[in-house]
Design a protein around this ligand. Structure first.
Ligand SMILES: NC(=O)c1ccc[n+]([C@@H]2O[C@H](COP(=O)([O-])OP(=O)(O)OC[C@H]3O[C@@H](n4cnc5c(N)ncnc54)[C@H](OP(=O)(O)O)[C@@H]3O)[C@@H](O)[C@H]2O)c1
Length: 330
């Protein structure tokens, strides 16, 4: 398979290359793409050096798959051009996620919705992916009525500029700011832009994308998204109200038997998920599972995952693997 990685020099693109290599994705040709300023630069894949090319050159080479992580504007303009050339685009930006003609896919949940006609497939937002991985099996068992979520999000979710900001502040240097305030020693309750309803776009992604992936508009999600000076992954404090009664032991059993989830839940020996454990791993880690005694059929949990992996690159590569299998079967 000829594969283009659009945004190959970025945070997600670099992890994308790492994961394609780790999973031995059957590449026949790699086409790394970035902005004009990076054309001609070298990137390394499996110890081999490749030259970065422009979007226009990449389209001409007609890759079978293009993994996009170069921002929404690039996706809006270029994904249709790749699709016209017969390429299937797997897009990490928010450009196509809520488009009713595009599938929003977490492979463990809804890969079976993908058909050969889908030439632009959307990868959900990082904080949504780890949330729905936990919600979907519990929704099947007990029907979720309402979810209240607060996130503690890694700066790697904002890209290379944010990592540079933290490094500068840590070293006492001034430089370009990715956030409106210092992030070192701070918590900023502001991820992505504010909307007219006073929520941020990140918070509304959690609400809207969750409904779409679970194929259930009745699931209510209220979110507060917070950026913290952490690099290993996003953490989420999640309160869920179910329509049906549950036993905590059954919840733990269901989650522990779900592909892609690792339970880390043994408070007696201080075992619970944290970004320092999740970093570099593909699973979603869940712990602190306990009944919420203040409401009927309510549960609290803590969910952590590496936002650059399952929250972005791993999920996209899993979709590409699904497409590959689909083609072999066809
Ligand atoms: N970080 C996360 O956890 C995460 C999770 C899910 C989704 N996403 C999404 O993934 C995308 C990239 O995020 P990131 O964190 O990897 O950002 P990043 O570190 O800033 O990287 C951006 C990448 O896009 C390229 N790019 C920018 N403008 C371009 C253009 N006009 N044409 C071609 N390439 C262009 C950049 O190339 P240059 O190096 O040449 O500038 C770079 O390779 C965003 O849409 C983001 O919302 C990120």
């Amino acid at each position: 398979m000829k594969v283009a990685v659009v945004g190959a020099t970025g945070m997600v693109g670099q992890v994308m290359l790492q994961i394609l290599g780790e999973r031995n994705f059957p590449l026949t040709e790699l086409i790394p793409v970035a902005s004009e300023k990076s054309v001609g630069k070298s990137i390394v894949y499996k110890d081999k050096s490749y030259k970065v090319v422009s979007l226009a050159d990449a389209v001409k080479r007609k890759p079978e798959i293009a993994l996009f992580s170069a921002g929404g504007d690039t996706s809006l303009e270029w994904a249709p051009k790749f699709a016209e050339a017969g390429t299937t685009v797997i897009d990490n930006s928010s450009a196509w996620r809520m488009d009713s003609t595009k599938k929003l896919v977490v492979p463990e949940i809804n890969a079976s919705e993908i058909t050969a006609d889908d030439l632009i497939i959307a990868n959900p937002n990082c904080s949504t992916i780890q949330l729905v991985m936990a919600l979907q099996p519990l929704h099947n068992a007990y029907q979720i009525d309402r979810v209240v979520i607060s996130t503690y999000q890694s700066i790697t979710g904002t890209g290379v500029k944010a990592v540079q900001q933290l490094e500068n502040e840590y070293a006492g240097k001034t430089g370009e700011m990715a956030y409106p305030y210092p992030i070192h020693k701070n918590a900023i309750p502001h991820c992505d832009v504010f909307l007219e309803n006073d929520y941020t776009k990140e918070e509304m992604k959690l609400t809207n994308e969750t409904k779409k992936i679970l194929s259930d508009d009745s699931v209510k999600v209220a979110a507060t998204a917070v950026r913290i000076p952490v690099v290993g992954g996003h953490s989420e404090s999640v309160n869920i109200e179910f329509k049906k009664a549950f036993e905590v032991s059954d919840v733990k059993k269901i989650l522990s038997e779900t592909d892609g989830i690792t339970l880390q839940d043994n408070p007696g020996v201080n075992t619970y998920p944290m970004p320092i454990y999740a970093q570099g791993k593909n699973d979603v880690f869940i712990g602190r599972i306990r009944r919420d005694f203040t409401r009927e059929n309510a549960l609290n949990m803590w969910i952590v995952s590496d936002n650059l992996r399952k929250g972005a690159a791993t999920n996209a590569v899993q979709i590409a693997e699904y497409l590959l299998n689909m083609r072999f079967k066809a």
